[in-house]
Write a protein that binds this ligand. Structure first.
Ligand SMILES: Cc1ncc(C[n+]2csc(CCOP(=O)(O)OP(=O)(O)O)c2C)c(N)n1
Length: 628
């Protein structure tokens, strides 16, 4: 084999074993070149993948995937693994709808086992796989590759405890690059640094019962191969301490102090910078980005109130906390990838009289449900959750969509949940949330940019009315948060079809303001629209409040389906789920026609037999419009 086009000639990992040292080195160069070219085009995780090129080659030479199970923690660093397992020819469709996933994907390849991109799970999967293989008598090795950032997550330590106890020969490969996005937080990072330099007095992993191999230079292919092969023949749990450099081989990534180009946005034509790449954390937003609006407002709130503190689980810049951190370095806590700890630590801060704001992506709050419910809400502690990336997030796919937070938080007693429609309301609602000392609050907003300000024409209790008051509207559209633009678009289309529709924005979606429930009684049809799973979402919350008030108005709930949503652009998925103006209009027209055909059967979904009590409602229970 010549050294040209080696990558494209590989049929699978077994071909790697036939390559000479020179060819392997040429292959590593070729992989890096392809990573830089394709990730710059499509966006994605550049720094992490550039750092694991040699490690991935060595893993596939030493282990026999898919017979041996290789589990990638988080999975954002699996691009090289994809290239070496027969998907190199599809790299031009990385992170595209119907293309290659940006994470391992079970439907793509038998080499991909775990597609949950939430961190710190690989060791637990490995524990279970090893136990299962032992029980079934399968002679298969198990490898878990975990970053030093992911190792800060509590699940890893629960797994280490169990793996060591079970004594199964699992190989844990610690990819230590000293970084999460930012330099890895906490004392573990200092211990790893001491292990790297040989200055550590003791070895935590040996204390925990692991055989420790390393530290080994993760870019020295023969060296890393030798250690991995030694690990393979161990019959006890072993930890290979592999030291790598995030972004290696691409100058701008190596030099990027913020996060070594952890992620880059897709470049589009002239938007490309000189280097050809745009670093997400470095590129200034050109409009009212939700994250930036949150970060600026929190800075203002923190400036006025010294009791406000902020907490992040290893996502300082991505959640917009950098301005606050720079202004108040003593009031910001990066706890590592430890959402559960973040929430209960916030509870402690609130007990101590502080006003904690936990800034977290909606999807990552999932794993801290018990902490929100028991540690915060049961104690009625005023912790504010700033939920970024709510609803459809885009091509990161099913594990990154923030589509369960309403169902999750909606059932938490005492929780108040807000959904701003624009950046102005985000600022207002964040202020209201932090000022509310009755118990926990949350503000949910999506990825990307907010729309231009959407003015209110009046209010209904705490809700805003977004259409001019009309004497008679038969339909009330209630758009929860960021879908207001589509809902207003639908109202205009409905008007063109001869159906008059008013639009309200509840602002606070949980609990439902009784004034809005009462107002619903004045319409033939009420439609809730939200960027959240239908089950337990705002529509369900509103239906419950209609039932409780014996309101007979028909309710149509428009939301994301209850399944896992695919990896697609936000607007595309909204369209597919009928949440764009066109889709909303069509569904409303169908339901409206139905309510007209069967006037007697009008009623809320589960209460259709209730008599029409609208006549009994107070005369002024309609949209009580107060001019602003
Ligand atoms: C539970 C959870 N919280 C936050 C994240 C966001 N996240 C993705 S990668 C990453 C850093 C991972 O660092 P490390 O494991 O060291 O891998 P590296 O990128 O440095 O190779 C974070 C915080 C996540 N995926 N899962």
């Amino acid at each position: 084999m010549t050294n040209d086009g080696l990558l494209d000639r590989l049929c699978g990992p077994t071909d790697l074993r036939a390559l000479s040292a020179g060819q392997l080195s040429a292959l590593a160069t070729e992989i890096r070149r392809r990573l830089i070219a394709e990730v710059s085009r499509r966006g994605g995780h550049l720094g992490p993948n550039l750092g694991v090129v040699e490690l991935t080659i060595a893993l596939h030479r030493c282990f026999d995937s898919p017979r041996d199970a290789i589990v990638w923690d988080t999975g954002h660093q699996s691009y090289v693994h994809k290239m070496l397992t027969g998907r190199q020819d599809r790299f031009d469709v990385l992170r595209t709808a119907d293309g290659l996933s940006g994470y391992p994907s079970r439907s793509e390849s038998p080499h991909d086992l775990v597609e949950n991109s939430h961190a710190s799970t690989a060791l637990s999967y490995a524990d279970g796989l090893a136990k299962g293989f032992r029980l079934s008598g399968a002679d298969r090795r198990v490898v878990a590759v975990v970053g030093d950032g992911a190792l800060t997550g509590g699940m890893c330590w629960e797994a280490l405890n169990n793996i060591s106890h079970a004594r199964h020969p699992i190989v844990v490969v610690l990819n230590d690059n000293g970084r999460s996005y930012a330099p890895t937080a906490g004392v573990l990072a200092s211990h790893l640094a001491a292990l790297r330099t040989g200055a550590a007095g003791s070895n935590l992993f040996e204390t925990l019962g692991f055989q420790y191999l390393g530290p080994v230079d993760g870019h020295d292919l023969p060296a890393i191969e030798e250690v991995l092969c030694a690990a393979r023949s161990c019959d006890v749990p072993v930890l290979v301490h592999c030291v790598t450099r995030k972004g290696l081989g691409y100058g701008p990534a190596e030099a990027d102090e913020a996060d070594c180009m952890h992620t880059v946005r897709p470049s589009r034509g002239r938007e490309r910078s000189d280097s050809g790449l745009r670093n997400t954390s470095a590129s200034p937003p050109s409009g009212p980005a939700w994250t930036e609006a949150f970060g600026q407002e929190l800075l203002d709130i923190g400036t006025r109130d010294p009791r406000v503190v902020a907490i992040t689980a290893a996502m300082l810049r991505p959640t917009g906390l950098l301005p606050f951190a720079q202004a108040f370095p003593d009031r910001i806590y990066d706890v590592g990838i430890a959402e559960q700890h973040a929430v209960t630590s916030a509870a402690g801060l609130a007990m101590a009289g502080m006003k904690p704001v936990v800034a977290v992506y909606s999807t990552f709050l999932n794993r801290a449900f018990d902490q929100v419910l028991m540690d915060v809400a049961l104690h009625r502690l005023p912790v504010t959750f700033a939920l970024d990336r709510c609803g459809i997030t885009g091509v990161d796919g099913p594990s990154h969509h923030g589509m369960w937070d309403v169902a999750m938080l909606g059932q938490v007693p005492g929780m108040r949940l807000a959904a701003p429609r624009d950046a102005v309301r985000l600022r207002q609602l964040l202020n209201e949330a932090v000022a509310d000392q009755r118990g926990p609050t949350a503000v949910r907003y999506p990825a990307g940019r907010a729309p231009e300000e959407i003015p209110a024409f009046g209010s209904v209790g705490s809700a805003d009315l977004l259409t001019p008051p009309e004497t008679k509207c038969e339909v009330l559209l209630i758009g929860a948060g960021a879908l207001a633009t589509s809902v207003l678009g639908a109202a205009a289309k409905l008007r063109a079809e001869g159906v008059s529709a008013a639009v309200a924005d509840p602002r606070w979606i949980v609990p439902v303001d009784p004034a809005l429930t009462r107002a619903a009684a004045n319409y033939r049809l009420v439609v809730t629209v939200e960027d959240n799973a239908a089950f337990g979402g705002f529509g369900d919350v509103f239906a419950r409040s209609l039932r409780a008030s014996r309101c007979p108005t028909t309710l149509l709930t428009l939301a994301l389906g209850d399944g896992f949503a695919a990896a697609r652009e936000r607007a595309d998925l909204h369209r597919r789920h009928g949440l764009d103006a066109e889709g909303i209009t069509k569904q409303v027209l169908v339901e409206f026609a139905r309510t007209k055909r069967t006037p007697q059967s009008r009623g809320s979904d589960t209460d259709r037999t209730l008599p029409d009590i609208r006549r009994a409602a107070e005369p002024d229970m309609g949209l009580l419009v107060r001019r602003r």
